[in-house]
Design a protein around this ligand. Structure first.
Ligand code: PEP
Length: 251
């Protein structure tokens, strides 16, 4: 039985003032029937950890550099994230794959660096609309997984987020059947790559998740949680999503 994980991704949003939202999210997370996490901008990590660290919400980063330290202007290492109190990081978000040209090999190196320094990892994969329209969605996603899965991948510290690029921030979502089919394909690929460890690994869906659609998406086959962008920025929008698992039929 995999406990669901609902993670928010604030992207390049949020100020110290906005941390009041984290208080509201942490309060609701105490009674939630799922794990709750927030990937915050680096500028807010330390303050958020001081505010709610060690409570019902895991505080993490959105990216990590593969090296420990050195001449990498503007980058942040896993050691530095740990030092700020982060407990996890995202890697391979499609916005970074597109904007920063991150390859599967880069993503894999980032995940391995995070693991070496004790951070949990949410590894993102997902196809573009052109790839889906060309009937290549499953091949693209399982290919990304194969190329970016870190050495020693284990459910204890690694989750996979399936985020179709065309569903991110657009208000469009795949059908529940399409999500279940892709998550099934991801689980099957994981079985090939990591054997029985695949059964325990959490697979999150991401892309325009809201309080309205969360329950049906979270109830889909092989969906063990959600990665939420826009709707994670305020407690009023995020709390209904973290409350959704409690409303699901017990499986
Ligand atoms: C994301 O960027 O990870 C995401 C899922 O964004 P949104 O929920 O806004 O579509």
């Amino acid at each position: 039985m995999r406990r669901k994980l609902v993670a928010g991704n604030w992207k390049m949003n949020g100020s110290l003032e906005a941390l009041a939202e984290v208080d509201g999210i942490a309060a609701a997370a105490k009674g939630a029937n799922c794990d709750v996490a927030l990937a915050l901008p680096a500028t807010l990590l330390l303050s958020a950890v001081e505010r709610v660290g060690g409570s019902s919400v895991a505080i993490g980063a959105q990216d990590v550099h593969p090296a420990e330290k050195g001449a990498h202007t503007g980058c942040i290492s896993a050691v530095m994230l740990k030092d700020a109190g982060a407990s996890f990081t995202l890697v391979g978000h499609s916005e970074r794959r597109a904007d920063q040209g991150e390859t599967d090999a880069d993503v894999r190196a980032k995940a391995e660096a995070a693991r070496r320094h004790g951070l949990a990892v949410i590894l993102c994969v997902g196809e573009t609309l052109a790839e889906r329209d060309a009937g290549r969605a499953e091949a693209v996603v399982t290919g990304q997984l194969e190329g970016s899965l870190p050495e020693g991948a284990a459910a204890e510290w690694l989750s996979i987020a399936y985020e179709p690029v065309w569903a991110i921030g657009t208000g469009r979502t795949p059908t529940v059947a399409d999500v279940a089919a892709m998550h099934g394909a991801i689980r099957a690929k994981l079985r090939e790559l990591v054997g029985t460890e695949a059964e325990a690994m959490r697979l999150l869906y991401g892309g325009s998740v809201t309080g309205e659609n969360a329950a049906e998406l979270l109830d889909a086959g092989d969906v063990d949680g959600a990665l939420v962008g826009g709707a994670s920025l305020t407690a009023v929008k995020f709390v209904p999503i973290i409350e959704a698992p409690a409303r699901l039929p017990v499986s």
